[in-house]
Design a binder for this molecule. Structure first.
Ligand SMILES: NC(=O)c1ccc[n+]([C@@H]2O[C@H](COP(=O)([O-])OP(=O)(O)OC[C@H]3O[C@@H](n4cnc5c(N)ncnc54)[C@H](OP(=O)(O)O)[C@@H]3O)[C@@H](O)[C@H]2O)c1
Length: 277
């Protein structure tokens, strides 16, 4: 990759006027709060979004003091249409924002037999509708300017129907597909789109979902996860899987997918489906 298609060089020696602001959803804890810390240390101004305003204000005050960046707090419940609309408007109108981190999300304990229609609807609203609408709100401005980045925090659970988290996993593979599709659409317009697929990471997500993570000794530290994701970001990877040690495994999966696609022949059903009649 050349520097020409790297619009966000690290802050060292950077002209501060060219460093875009970053809007991070779910910035009050875990992965989002860690992204906020890391981007502030790189010299980016921030817009922090979540429901817990007090926590966002505490983080904002620390980052303003430690990193001398401007940090705005935007309280929003992304499952509420009016709050979501306010964040969309901010992304559309605030031309300082050049990076969107679609991170806010939740998990759910139990399978489809244990979940209620309301809890499923809320999960889908938070994990799929909100990031899609936020990406759609900002994409035209980024495409117009020929720059910008959209990061979607997905999950390796989206690769694994075997894990028994069907609806959560479905929302996460949605984010991965969305990222890969938007990358096809927007990278020719100078916009970088990244899907990040963490595996189990030590954050509050487990407790919030009512899942006992105390026996999970191999969870990744959240700082290690975000630092690794940022290496992928700096290298302009379309899909970053920090816990995948052999990158060739992902490349092989993608190659197999392309072979499968090349063998889909639209006009006729495969021989094994031809009826005797
Ligand atoms: N931790 C893992 O093992 C893991 C693995 C793979 C993927 N992920 C993904 O990583 C992302 C971040 O999760 P995390 O692990 O950092 O969990 P976390 O510590 O629980 O953080 C979730 C964040 O989302 C915000 N949020 C939740 N509901 C919201 C709502 N209705 N409106 C606005 N913000 C809301 C929370 O803030 P408020 O409560 O203040 O609103 C919080 O800032 C999620 O998308 C998750 O699916 C996590």
């Amino acid at each position: 990759m050349t520097d020409i298609i790297k619009p966000f060089p690290p802050s060292e020696g950077n002209d501060m006027a060219t460093v875009p602001a970053v809007l991070i959803t779910g910035a009050s804890s875990g992965i989002g709060a860690t992204y906020a810390d890391r981007f502030a240390r790189r010299g980016h101004d921030l817009v922090l979004v979540a429901r817990d305003k007090a926590r966002l204000e505490t983080l904002a005050a620390r980052l303003r003091a430690e990193c001398q960046v401007a940090v705005d707090v935007l309280q929003a419940d992304l499952t509420k249409p009016s709050d979501l609309a306010a964040v969309e408007a901010r992304l559309r109108d605030d031309t300082r924002i050049g990076i969107l981190i679609n991170n806010a999300g939740a998990a759910q304990s139990g399978g489809i037999l244990q979940q209620t229609a309301d809890s499923i609807e809320t999960l889908i609203a938070l994990n799929t509708t909100a990031p899609t609408r936020l990406a759609a709100a900002v994409a035209p401005r980024f495409a117009q300017s020929g720059s910008g980045a959209i990061v979607n925090i997905s999950s390796v659970v989206g690769l694994a129907p075997e894990f028994g988290m069907s609806i959560y996993g479905a929302t996460k593979v949605f984010g991965q597909f969305l990222s890969q599709g938007l990358s096809q659409e927007l990278s020719p317009r100078g916009v970088y789109v990244q899907a990040v697929l963490p595996a189990g990471t030590r954050t509050e997500i487990w407790e919030r979902a009512g899942i006992d993570a105390s026996g999970m000794s191999d969870l990744m530290d959240v700082g290690e996860l975000v630092d690794a994701a940022l290496v992928g970001f700096d290298n302009r990877e379309p899909v970053t899987i920090p816990p995948l040690h052999d990158a060739r495994r992902w490349e092989a999966l993608e190659s197999a997918r392309m072979v499968l696609l090349s063998e889909i022949q639209q006009a006729h059903a495969a021989e094994r489906y031809l009826s005797a009649a």
